[in-house]
Design a protein around this ligand. Sequence first.
Ligand code: SAM
Length: 291
Amino acid sequence: MTQPPGVLFVVATPIGNLGDLSARARDTLAAVGAVAAEDTRRTGQLLSRMGLQVPLISLHEHNEMARLAPLLERLAAGESLALVSDAGTPLISDPGYLLVRAALQAGCRVVPIPGACAAIAALSVAGLPTDRFVFEGFLPAKQQARRGRLEVLVAEPRTLVFYEAVHRLPAMLADLADVLGGAREATLCRELTKLHEQVLHGSLTSLLEATASGEVTLKGECVLVVAGSPARRADAGEARRVLSLLAAELPPRQAVTLAAAITGERRNLLKDWLHEARRSGEADDPPGDQE
Ligand code: SAM
C-alpha cells in the first residue's frame, strides 16, 4: 500500500515578540518530522524556548534548489515537514518559493499556519489606505537602479509597502522624496513588536529630517509605507486621453511635450504610454518625427 504524501506546513514565526507565535504554530512545529529553517541556529533557539526538540534542516536562498530533492523524498515517504524563515512569514522576502512550488507539483498538500508579517503589521497601523496596496519588498541597493524602480511607481495610486535595511533608510528616503515628491504621506515602522518599537507618520521630507536629526535611530529593522499617488489616480485617464488626441495629429515628441504641459503628467510616463499604445496597435503610427 502506498503511503499518502506528507504535508508541508508553511509556518509564520514572530518578527520580534515571541508572544506572537500562535498556539497552532507551536503545535504544528511539535508534530512535524523536521523543520526546514533559514538559519537553523536561530530557529533552534526559538524551538528550545518553546520547549521543543525537532530535527532542523537548513534551507536558505543559496541552497534551496539543492535541498528540494531530499525534502520532496521525505514528503513522498509520508513525513510531514514545516517550513519557517528567520522571522515572519516564509516566502515574503524570504526563501521557500521553490520548495512550495515543487511540493505542490509533487501533489503534496501545502498548508499555511499564518502569523506575523512585518508588511501587514505596518499596514495595519500606517493610517493609509489598505483596500489596495502594492508590496514592493526591498528596493535595489544601488541608487540608479533604486531611482529607476521608483520612476516606475511614481503614478501608482495604491499604497506602497517597502522593506529596507535601516542603515539604507536615509538614502532611500532621499530618493523617495526626490522622485515621488517630498510632500507624499508615509509611515515609518521600526522594530515592530520589539522593545524600541517606533511608528512615525509624516511627509517623506519630515521622515527624512527625522533620520537626520536622530529622532529615528538607524538601528534594527524597518518597513516604510508610502501613500499612493492621489493626483495621478484622478488624472491618469485624462492624461492618456489628451495624449492620444494629440498623438493622432502631431509627431510623438510634440504630442508628449504638449500633453505633459496640458496635464502636468511626467514626460517619461507619457512617452512610455505612447510607445505601449503603438506597440499594442491602440494608437496609429505617428506623423513625422520619432521619439
Ligand atoms: N518574512 C518576513 C515578514 O514576514 O515580514 C520578512 C523578511 S525580510 C528578509 C526582513 C525585512 O522585514 C526587514 O529588513 C524589515 O524590512 C522587515 N522586518 C522584519 N521584522 C521587522 C520588525 N520587527 N519591524 C520592522 N520591520 C521588520
